[in-house]
Write a protein that binds this ligand. Structure first.
Ligand code: TXA
Ligand code: MG
Length: 330
């Protein structure tokens, strides 16, 4: 098996019609192309081609048991790939295109490769809300499976530069659509047994989903140790190299500060480096800045990244989830 794209020269493509056509051609030839979505950059390959999918796992250095989300240009295409119960249909209608992934049983004739699904009978589906992603998916015409375009275990990439920092020379191309708007990954809801469950907090706040369903979401099911109940929930999934210290009430001199809101934390003026995710305390702005801030502070040489308290409502749930994972050491 070829472990990376044969060319191994990563094309940095503009998000122009020509760039999009080139990325679609690379996908058609069984290669990998990273592209922007509204959440984070995805590393795409033809979801129906197991050999193409294998290149994603190889480029990311990702454990093979972790299934991938299949992205489609529109809701009708997504619905043809899975079995949607009334609740899944309601969520698709309310939030697609948008930062929501639905896990549903795969349709009987589902063309998504076993490797992309990691052998599971279910399938993750998403219709991104981004003009470049939409144009690429439309030009390609088949489902594109795409995990976040970062090396396994690193924080997700929200710019083409961050994609290249992790994957240059390991993927066919990156389509450069600038910084992503939402900044955290999609919310993942499993609709498998009539009781929709939140598998990952993300770009659509839990409250909005519960309002659309008219019922509370179930918590993430807990599986056997090591079982892939909610895969990708590897504890250290988003870990920077630097130690991360949560809910800090003061910053030490050898630390970097990740701040939120207008209130100053004692010690932040003498910190080695500091980034405020949103000086006005806006959670949308904070989500959009999160991964770039973690990358920057990770390079500061600080002994630790001290994180100010962040509220848990709305997008705060996803932000706190990613930071909690970043704080876990392997
Ligand atoms: O916003 C996003 O969701 C981005 C953009 C590129 O779409 N994608 C993304 O993919 O975050 P990834 O692979 O980094 O995370 C997808 C998560 C993983 O935790 C994976 O295990 C889970 O979705 N997943 C995919 N299919 C699943 C399935 N059938 N059952 C349970 N979890 C699944
Ligand atoms: Mg990821």
């Amino acid at each position: 098996m070829t472990v990376t794209d044969p060319a191994c020269r990563t094309e940095h493509l503009p998000a122009s019609p020509a760039g999009i056509a080139r990325a679609a051609a690379i996908l058609r030839a069984g290669g990998t192309a990273a592209f922007p979505t509204e959440t984070v950059y995805g590393l795409g390959a033809d979801a129906t081609d197991g050999q193409a999918v294998a290149k994603i796992y190889a480029a990311k250095g990702r454990p093979q048991f972790n299934p991938l989300i299949a992205h489609t240009a529109d809701t009708a295409q997504a619905m043809a790939l899975g079995v949607f119960d009334a609740q899944a249909r309601r969520l698709a209608e309310a939030f697609w295109p948008g930062p929501l992934t639905l896990i549903v049983p795969a349709a009987a004739n589902c063309p998504v490769s076993d490797l992309a699904r990691a052998g599971l009978p279910s399938l993750g589906l998403r219709v991104p809300d981004h003009p470049v992603a939409h144009a690429l998916l439309t030009a390609f015409g088949r489902p594109v499976c795409a995990p976040s375009a970062n090396r396994s275990g690193h924080v997700s990439a929200t710019t083409a530069e961050h994609v290249l920092a992790d994957l240059d020379g390991r993927i066919g191309a990156v389509l450069d659509g600038g910084a992503t708007r939402v900044g955290v990954e999609s919310t993942i809801i499993a609709c498998l047994d009539g009781h929709p469950a939140l598998l990952r907090a993300g770009g659509v706040p839990r409250q909005a989903i519960e309002a659309a369903l008219g019922q509370p979401l179930r918590a993430r099911p807990h599986g056997e140790k090591g079982a892939v109940v909610a895969p990708g929930m590897l504890a250290s999934h988003y870990a920077p190299r630097t130690i991360v210290r949560l809910d800090a009430t003061r910053i030490d001199r050898d630390e970097a500060a990740l701040l939120f809101g207008p209130a100053a934390l004692p010690g932040s003026e003498t910190a080695l480096a500091a980034v405020n995710l949103s000086p006005s305390g806006n959670l949308h702005e904070a989500a959009a800045n999160l991964f770039a801030a973690l990358r920057r502070l990770d390079q500061s040489g600080a002994a630790a990244i001290a994180v100010a308290p962040i509220p848990a409502d709305g997008l705060g749930e996803a932000i706190r989830d990613r930071l909690a994972r970043a704080a876990v050491r392997e």
